[in-house]
Write a protein that binds this ligand. Structure first.
Ligand code: HEM
Length: 459
């Protein structure tokens, strides 16, 4: 019961403030409707550590305070495991690194982490720039006719093409069964993510059966890809890296099932997140001509018309700041969840074993006491000379030991794509298009993001 008293004063710990809640599962119901608006409203009313209500014998907390986020993600991370939301992915992801815990997770992460290091990602840089060039070609008819493109749809296709290329050196045509099956599984995931009560397996459910079939297709195609490459030379793909990963202690590699689960994890982790982030970023640039002009000026001055390379990125701080600010306003992973493994004490409040922490990047990133003019797009706040801020006030990729494994991949991909597009195009938001977010599996645009692109004269 150590966690139920203050360690210094031995006084009983207080119950965190929060709204009235229904009994039993009431804690999970508080964010229904419009979770993003509710998160900000609850923070305003009750502060950065809010008890949303009960969940069985424990509680659900909303965390939008940097110190409390640091507590669970870094300083006392061993008191927590991944929370309910992540655990729901298990039927799809099996034992991928996103869901593993403790020693098994540590060993796996050590095995595959080298494949996602900056230097390794640098070898994929060309693919990101080429993908941006292909976009300009793809959009040429729309550009010539002055027609808009839908940034979200385009960015989903772009990141899918890049994922397939960098994972398997394949394209969406070759792997059509995989792509189609993936969309079915992803659709089901979106449908089920927020549901509390799921139908038991014996209740007929057409969608669930379709999902099972799609998952079987994914497993089959991935199994074929893995076996085809098992003895092939390293072709620089993510799959080849995973095939070559060795356990430092035992020296063994990953089994076919473990490989499959990791490949699926990379798909889930990286596909929609990066595409939504890119779609929001392009739309923000399209909606803010001053920032876009500053962005173009930097890209032109530094690159002098040549293709951007990874080594240029450090000389493009505004390019990075645009992306960071977009990830602040619209963090694709809007909520990270953790479950308490023991009774704990966060900021003097009681957190009983089994409680769920909903750590909200969206709530942290929009907090008016942490960010001046929090709702405004101001990339300058991320320039190197801007005032320092609490590391845990900004967590688009999480924090602590379980920080995103693909952050360097995603950041490199997105920086190169937006820099290359700025060299070639100017963007305008089509009148009537509103940039608004909707909380789904990830944070995604609520409406289509219609952008009108024009070729720059010097490109
Ligand atoms: C903008 C793009 C991305 C965002 C915003 C993002 C965000 C995150 C966040 C917030 C976490 C931490 C989850 C937690 O603590 O529970 C995470 C974990 C993870 N991400 Fe990403 N991610 C992105 C792209 C990627 C990419 C491209 C990959 C793969 C290439 C990837 C692979 C992973 C994996 C494997 C984990 C689990 C790490 C672990 O638990 O050890 N992510 N990501």
């Amino acid at each position: 019961m150590l966690g139920n008293v203050d360690q210094q004063t031995s006084a009983p710990l207080a119950r965190a403030p929060g709204p009235r809640a229904l009994p039993k599962l009431g804690g999970m119901l508080q964010l229904r409707g419009d979770p993003l608006a509710k998160i900000l409203e609850l923070r305003k009313r009750f502060g950065g550590f809010v008890r949303l209500g009960p969940l069985g014998n424990s509680d659900v907390f909303l965390v939008t305070d940097p110190a409390a986020a640091r507590h669970a993600l870094l300083d006392h991370h061993t008191n927590y495991k991944k929370g309910l939301a992540a655990q729901r992915l298990r039927p799809i992801l099996g034992d991928g690194s996103l869901l593993l815990e403790r020693d098994v997770w540590r060993r796996r992460r050590r095995m595959i982490q080298p494949g996602f290091h900056k230097q390794k990602v640098a070898t994929l840089a060309k693919s990101f720039v080429e993908a941006a060039d292909d976009l300009v070609v793809r959009w040429s008819a729309a550009i010539n006719a002055g027609r808009s493109i839908d940034a979200r749809e385009e960015m989903l296709q772009l990141t899918m093409r890049l994922t397939l290329r960098n994972m398997f050196r394949a394209d969406a045509v070759e792997l059509k069964p995989l792509v189609d099956a993936w969309h079915v599984v992803y659709g089901e995931l979106s449908r089920n993510r927020m549901r509390l009560i799921r139908l038991p397996d014996w209740v007929p459910d057409r969608k669930r059966d379709e999902t099972k079939q799609a998952l079987a297709t994914i497993h089959r195609v991935l199994g074929e890809q893995i076996r085809a490459r098992a003895n092939a030379e390293d072709d620089g793909t993510v799959l080849a890296m995973l095939l070559g990963a060795r356990d430092e202690e035992g020296g063994g590699g990953l089994s076919e099932q473990e490989l499959r689960d990791e490949v699926l994890t990379v798909f889930i982790g990286g596909y929609e997140t990066s595409s939504n982030a890119l779609a929001f970023t392009l739309s923000l640039l399209a909606a803010h001509p001053d920032a876009a002009a500053k962005h173009r000026e930097e890209v032109d001055r530094v690159l002098q018309g040549r293709e951007p390379e990874v080594t240029d990125l450090a000389s493009l701080p505004f390019n990075r700041a645009v992306l960071d600010e977009s990830l602040r306003l619209y963090p694709p992973s809007w909520m990270i969840t953790r479950e308490a493994l023991v009774d704990d004490n966060i900021a003097g409040y009681r957190v009983s074993k089994g409680s769920q922490l909903l750590i909200s990047a969206y709530g942290l990133h929009h907090a008016p006491d942490l960010w001046s003019d929090a709702e405004r797009f101001k990339p300058e706040r991320f320039m190197p000379d801007a005032p320092a801020r609490d590391r845990f006030a900004y967590i688009p990729f999480g924090g602590g030991p379980r920080v995103c494994l693909g952050d360097q991949y995603a950041l490199t991909e997105m920086q190169l794509v937006i820099a290359r597009l700025a060299q070639k195009l100017t963007l305008k938001l089509q009148p009537g298009t509103r940039i608004e977010a909707q909380a789904h599996v990830g944070l995604r645009p609520r409406n289509p993001l219609h952008i009108v692109a024009a070729l720059r004269s010097r490109a």
